[in-house]
Design a protein around this ligand. Structure first.
Ligand code: ADP
Ligand code: MG
Length: 180
């Protein structure tokens, strides 16, 4: 039975986060506490708190404009927010609180970039590199950002393509054709 566990509200009270699969282990991977975000006078996220354990699958559901994308964008600081904290594996991301003054300050760009390496995000309007084929698009980040050896990254990419039923696709075909 799916359980509702998100506290606080997105823009619309009918938005909710639903746990689809019971967590196979209890390690809290993502924790959001008391998140508040407004755009001008519009309060989009009002005290949103949620936790996701490793291996758990969570879906955030809500009407268009209720704040789902904003919530996800806050996780890797693509949006700044006024209040609240977000941790990944217990490590704060985005902001740090000065223990002495209690003041919150934004982490350095270097720290934020390092944290973003551990967060995957697929955008609604997908952003693939149009001059690269599907395989090159998949291996670009692991090779350039994480330093994975190219052959190893390509082998993993082929596994992933097979997982989504695209193993028959010629990986050198056009990106748009393969992704649509
Ligand atoms: N960059 C922005 N500037 C001003 N308002 C924004 C911006 N992004 C989103 N909003 C507003 O915030 C609210 C939530 O948007 P969004 O998070 O995109 O909702 P959802 O993903 O649930 O459709 C909407 O009212 C939207 O118009
Ligand atoms: Mg959205």
């Amino acid at each position: 039975m799916p359980s509702l566990f998100m506290e606080g509200t997105l823009n619309d009270a009918s938005s909710s986060a639903i746990e689809l699969a019971p967590p196979p282990q209890q390690r809290r991977m993502l924790e959001i506490a008391g998140l508040r975000k407004r755009f001008g006078t519009v309060e989009v996220l009002r005290d949103v708190s949620l936790a996701v354990s490793a291996g758990e699958v969570v879906v955030v559901i809500g009407p268009s404009g209720s704040g789902k994308t904003t919530l996800l964008r806050c996780i890797n600081l693509l949006e700044e927010y006024e209040r609240g904290s977000i941790t990944i594996d217990g490590e704060p991301i985005g902001y740090r609180v000065d223990g002495r003054t209690g003041k919150r300050f934004r982490m350095s760009e270097r720290e934020i970039a390092a944290a973003r390496q551990r967060i995957g995000m697929v955008f609604q309007s997908y952003n693939l590199f149009p001059h690269m084929n599907v395989l090159q698009n998949i291996v670009a980040a692991p090779v350039r950002v994480k330093g994975v050896e190219r052959g190893q990254a390509e082998a993993r990419a082929r596994e992933l393509l097979a997982m989504v039923g695209l193993s028959e696709v010629d990986p050198v075909c056009e990106t748009a054709g393969a992704a649509s």
